[in-house]
Unconditional design. Sequence first.
Length: 202
Amino acid sequence: MTKEWLGRVVAVGRAGRYLIAATVCVSLLGGLALAEDPTVDDYIKALKPKLTRGLSRGTSGITPETRPESGVVSMHVNFEFNSARLTADAVAKLGMVRQATRSITIGSQKSVEWLVVGHTDAVGTADANRALSLERAKAVRNQLVTSNGVPEGTVYVWGAGKDHPIEKVDGPSEVNRRVEIFNCDVVPEDCRKAKETYGVSG
């Protein structure tokens, strides 16, 4: 379904075109692609769904070619090697995402839920990558659910491992190591499956 991170971001269009920035990039889906230094407002625009109807295809079915056009951010964030421990740089970057998700939540007339999906590259076994991607998704969720973030119980997680790469390579890939954050309005069935499988905490 989705992916992990490492200091840059890739914006993916529905047609499957990937816009990869050269330096510190953040990739915002939904037609937005910023070369660097995205603002909280940029994240808000990307995470607000432009559709009134969900396009969910099941948790294992959201691929780079079929993901929604809005309501999602795909980004790379630094973790310590082979672990789910976020670096200081990653925590700072996620602070802006936390502000964006909180702003959308406060401004909505209904409860807003979120799905964080972790991805890895193809190095390692399928089981190990799936476990690592899930733990990294949880680490990101913990940054969103704080005293100044979104309410606990509104963020779900999923570990996609190496199953849905952006870059079709059988080896190391910074592009494939990523995390995606979805507004559940655009992927309701995926959020339901993640909630049923992993709950909302832990």
